[in-house]
Write a protein that binds this ligand. Structure first.
Ligand code: PMP
Length: 385
């Protein structure tokens, strides 16, 4: 028997990142700068809280929207860190990773035929998410010349004034770009002027190395048209615990909760205890990890410059996005440096418009490995000069 696959599933190609992992898994000498997850373990206090909750037998479902004490802690945290005011009862939903929240938003707000503008290069899940929801993707490329920041000109050129929704991710995966308040303000104005709903993925908000993160929802008139996504995977090194959340107006969060309550019931309970502790007592752990990422960032940027590869000054997340030297496409470079030198990187094309000719380098890897990986990339570039 063969299954008849839905058109939506068939339209979406398999992840371009996975293919490289598969090649990398065939050998044991590969250093991977390919994965987008922290190399740190979850801070001990958060792990301990999870263990204690299990010991106490706290293994039931929680409220659909997540434990109330966790929602309260999230409300306090986002108020304190990002100047965002959300009501824990009506305007916050705790999800199985930010990934679930992103999917819920597409399914809650996108009708077949709606156009969703996505600032690109960007995280690989938005485009499939839009397609699974029946929407149409409008890529809005960003340029290295603008430090990969989104501009009103870019939005206009792409025709985003006609779109229904705009998806943003700053600090950005894969470029490491950030959007300072002064650059975000005209984007907020554009969204208001053209009546766009905004989905703002701020999962890397804690990971900025030059200036503080500003949320687009904090601008006047934006809170009512924006859903903010955040979570514990990146700053708190909790990827495997699968915990994220969305913030938004009550009716929007209620719509997302309608899908969530039928499809997920509630986010992982053990992870909710870990997250509560993470917000309560792990600020110093986050600060220490951020300091280490920053050291690695500076090291990687300076090594690429020494090697002679152009790289813009990534200021957030844990990625940098160097240009591929002449004579290679990004895909060729990634494939050959993996085969010849055993270094896994991701070609920029997989992240959409504006990503070609670049490589995504994750520095969520220890300095020793980064040193060795950069030496191998240098050898590769020298061999092919
Ligand atoms: N958004 C972005 C921009 C990401 O890079 C990732 C993880 N790579 C996610 C969301 C998914 O996060 P989570 O683990 O919370 O589902």
């Amino acid at each position: 028997m063969t299954f008849e696959l839905s058109d939506r599933v068939q339209t979406v190609p398999p992840s371009g990142i996975r293919r490289f992992f598969e090649i990398a898994e065939e050998r044991d000498d590969v250093i991977s700068l390919g994965v987008g997850e922290p190399d740190f373990a979850t801070p001990w206090a958060a792990r301990d809280a999870a263990i204690t909750s299990l010991e106490q037998g706290k293994t039931s479902y929680t409220a659909n929207r997540g434990r109330r004490d966790l929602r309260e802690a999230i409300a306090d945290y986002v108020a304190d860190r990002f100047d965002l005011g959300y009501d824990p009862d009506e305007e916050i939903i705790v999800t199985a990773g930010a990934s679930e929240a992103v999917d819920l938003a597409f399914r809650s707000f996108v009708d077949p035929g709606d156009t969703v503008a996505i600032a690109q290069p960007s995280y690989i899940s938005y485009e499939p998410g839009v397609i699974f929801a029946g929407g149409e993707v409008l890529p809005v490329p960003t340029d290295e010349e603008d430090d990969f920041r989104l501009t009103v000109e870019g939005l206009e050129e792409a025709g985003a004034d006609e779109a229904d929704m705009l998806v943003l991710c700053y600090p950005n995966n894969p470029t490491g770009a950030i959007m300072p308040a002064e650059d975000l303000e005209p984007i907020a104005e554009f969204a208001r002027e053209h009546d766009l709903t905004v989905l703002s993925d701020e999962i890397y908000a804690e990971l900025t190395y030059d200036g503080e993160h500003t949320s687009i929802a904090s601008f006047e008139g934006m809170r009512e048209r924006t859903i903010v996504f955040n979570g514990f995977s990146k700053a708190h090194a909790m990827t495997g615990l699968r915990l994220g959340y969305a913030l938004g107006p009550a009716d929007a969060i209620a719509a997302m909760n309608k899908i969530h309550q039928y499809t997920m019931l509630s986010a992982p309970t053990t992870a909710q205890y870990a997250a509560l502790e993470a917000l309560d007592s792990c600020e110093n752990d986050v600060r220490e990890m951020v300091a280490q990422y920053d050291r690695r960032r500076q090291f990687v940027l300076s090594r690429f410059r020494e090697i002679g590869m152009d790289v813009f000054e990534a200021k957030g997340a844990f990625y940098c996005f160097p240009e591929v030297p002449e004579g290679f496409t990004a895909e060729e470079f990634a494939e050959e440096v993996l085969r010849e030198q055993g270094v896994a990187v991701v070609p920029g094309d997989v992240f959409g418009a504006g990503g070609d000719g670049h490589l995504r380098i994750s520095y969520a890897t220890g300095l020793e490995d980064l040193r060795e990986a950069l030496a191998r990339i240098e050898a590769f570039v020298d061999d092919h000069a």
